[in-house]
Design a protein around this ligand. Sequence first.
Ligand code: PBG
Ligand code: ZN
Length: 323
Amino acid sequence: MLDLIHRPRRLRANPNWRRLVGETRLSVDDLIYPLFVRPGEGVREEIESMPGCHRFSIDEIVKAAAEVHSLGIPGIILFGIPETKDPEGTPGYDPDGIVPRAVRAIRAEVPELLVWADVCLCEYTSHGHCGIVADGEVLNDETVERLARAAVVYAGAGAHAVCPSDMMDGRVGAIRAALDAADHLDTVIVSYAAKYASAYYGPFREAADSTPAFGDRRSYQMDPANAIEALREVELDLAEGADVVMVKPALAYLDVIRRVADLVTAPVAAYNVSGEYSMLLAAVAAGCFDRKRVVLETLGSIRRAGAGILLTYHAKEVARWLA
Ligand code: PBG
Ligand code: ZN
């Protein structure tokens, strides 16, 4: 017999001990489910690289939103795929654009479900960049002006939150001022504060047809090598009036989530992005993992890192497993 004083296994001996000493918990309460809306009627097309995720027409997305609500998930985040794109991304701030129309339809049918609207131009620009381009450069201030217009349009349609994902400087302050001037005092700003120039957005860009036609997003999204800079971005966005700050992607940036969570008193969200979803499901399809176990462990790691809110394409299956 070993002469041991401490035997940590005592507290792992059965499920009730494990429940009592569990430090973090994944709950349906933490989840936001991303949804893609596109033109048409009766359309529900699966996104090839994201099995189980679809692009919906407005009539179909209302049904999808109702299902999310019935599963007990608090909210959705909407991404729009417009009929046409142009260099200035005007379909992104058209009051009759695809997202405001979807927001109105969802709010009418599923009024309690939180509806967040992603605010960026890349789904709406013909060149696929997140802003206005001149001489091969993405212009900051000209872009911010359009983003503020988009935010007011989405808030006017009834979005509970607007979520700038562009990484232009000063957009949170400009959006707050524009929302307040339009009397949308209670519209929440969920800022993609620390958003990295990541390869993990690949499947999303297929879904939204938003791959940049030239260059990449490294002149505005963050360098994956940096963590202190993420804290600066978070501090600036909070100073400008962000209500919630987000780190994106999640899994390769768990250290950043932890540092942000230790720094701020605002709620911290993390985006478990498209590539993280596709990667896991590809490994499940190859027979490497049990889907439920690996998904719960993975999302649990994001909670443990310090995120209180998880945006994830796994939200519906997690809600079913935890029910
Ligand atoms: C738009 C936007 C992107 C994502 C969320 N908002 C794509 C990008 O920046 O290229 C990625 C979401 C995902 O990969 O799941 N700027
Ligand atoms: Zn963008």
